[in-house]
Write a protein that binds this ligand. Structure first.
Ligand code: C5P
Length: 254
């Protein structure tokens, strides 16, 4: 399968997380940024507020939607949820890897069948390995997982790959290990990205956009550093330039 980031020698991508509590300001922001990056994340906050309309209106302005609803339920319910969002034609869709192999592979099968039926492009299905707000201490003490963050992410990524998913969400710190075990075609999308010197907020496992791309990521997801900037266009442009520069160094072709 072709990589969305690089179908025709294109550069890597910045996905702007539209985590806003009102639809019109979110769409206004997207309109101001869509010539810099066409990729926007609709997550739980915006989707719970505005629903499918948010996705349709972004698509109407020519944007590509990363629908980050992090499905996690029994396999039958997740398969149904995948079917329900297919008509919105997102370009990426997320599921929690911890839902297990059956849940993941049923979602893949459902997305293939629905894409054929609707004659639309199949969205890339991505597994959330471990939220970037969870660090080693939380993983061990609160979740009782007796593995390092890196081992846990690697285990989840392996399961996503063998279940037929197109890629994973991982923090910049685990990109390298995931890339090494999955190969060049598997998509790696990294949140937990902060330009140098910025407040990490609730994110625990952070790196700069350039570090994420140099480590092997295909896309970075960036919310607050852009949405809360006094100059969102300037912030977005600067992140875009930084990842292009990092990609150039990595591949000598950006
Ligand atoms: O504002 P900030 O840049 O921290 O936003 C990061 C975005 O990435 C949020 O929309 C969050 O839901 C998402 N995300 C994450 N960690 C994951 C998966 C998604 O932070 N593992």
């Amino acid at each position: 399968m072709e990589k969305i980031t690089d179908p025709k020698g294109m550069k890597p991508g910045v996905i702007v997380a539209l985590d806003l509590d009102d639809l019109e300001p979110a769409l206004d922001l997207a309109r101001r940024l869509v010539d810099i990056t066409p990729f926007f994340k609709v997550g739980l906050e915006l989707f719970c507020l505005a629903g499918p309309e948010a996705v349709r209106r972004l698509r109407d302005m020519g944007a590509e939607v990363f629908l980050d609803l992090k499905f996690h339920d029994i396999p039958n319910t997740v398969a149904g949820a995948v079917r329900s969002v297919m008509s919105l034609a997102p370009f990426m869709l997320t599921l929690h890897a911890s839902g297990g192999r059956e849940m993941l592979s049923r979602a893949v099968a459902e997305s293939r069948a629905a894409a054929d039926e609707l004659a639309i492009r199949r969205p890339r299905l991505l597994g959330v390995t471990l939220l970037t707000s969870i660090d080693q201490d939380m993983l061990s003490r609160e979740l009782g997982v007796a593995r390092t963050v890196e081992q846990h992410v690697a285990q989840c990524a392996g399961m996503c790959l063998s279940s037929g998913l197109d890629g994973v969400i991982a923090s910049p710190g685990e990109v390298q290990v995931v890339r090494d075990m999955t190969g060049p075609d598997f998509l790696i999308v990294t949140p937990g990205v902060r330009p140098a010197g910025q407040d990490p907020g609730d994110q625990r496992r952070v790196a700069t956009p350039g570090e994420a791309i140099r480590a092997g990521a295909d896309f970075v997801v960036v919310g607050r550093p852009i949405t809360r900037a006094s100059d969102p266009r300037g912030a977005c442009l600067s992140i875009y330039d930084e990842i292009c520069d990092a990609y150039d160094r990595r591949n000598r072709r950006c």
